[in-house]
Design a protein around this ligand. Structure first.
Ligand SMILES: [Zn+2]
Length: 112
């Protein structure tokens, strides 16, 4: 769902709007004060996706840019998906490594 969060610049109300692809550029109106000066916020929507959803969405053939890796939650997902496609069982050890990578603990270990 193309959900976007906005903040009204007049009354600072935050609200979510569904903006369909063909509605890009439509005027967003604040539900509280009817103001139309709104600012788009970084959507919280993606944060609510389950890992399963994220796995589904990864295209392992598409190039991954830098921003992909800036998101800690993406670490390991690509490898996981790729392994799944290849029918490889990475096993619990892999999960462990991914968890460490995401939490940053893996860096501690490599520092030693
Ligand atoms: Zn408002």
């Amino acid at each position: 769902m193309p959900l976007f969060e906005y903040e009204c610049l007049a009354c600072h109300a935050r609200f979510t709007e569904i903006v369909l692809p063909w509605e890009k550029g439509k005027t967003i109106q604040c539900p509280r004060c009817q103001g139309t000066r709104v600012k788009k916020l970084v959507s919280r929507f993606s944060y609510h996706q389950s890992e399963q959803d994220r796995l589904e969405k990864i295209d392992t053939r598409a190039p991954r840019d830098e921003s992909y890796y800036r998101d800690d939650r993406n670490i390991g997902l690509w490898a996981k998906k790729r392994a799944k496609e290849l029918g490889v069982d990475l096993g619990p050890k892999f999960e462990e490594v991914v968890e460490k990578a995401r939490s940053g603990k893996i860096l501690d270990e490599y520092d030693k």
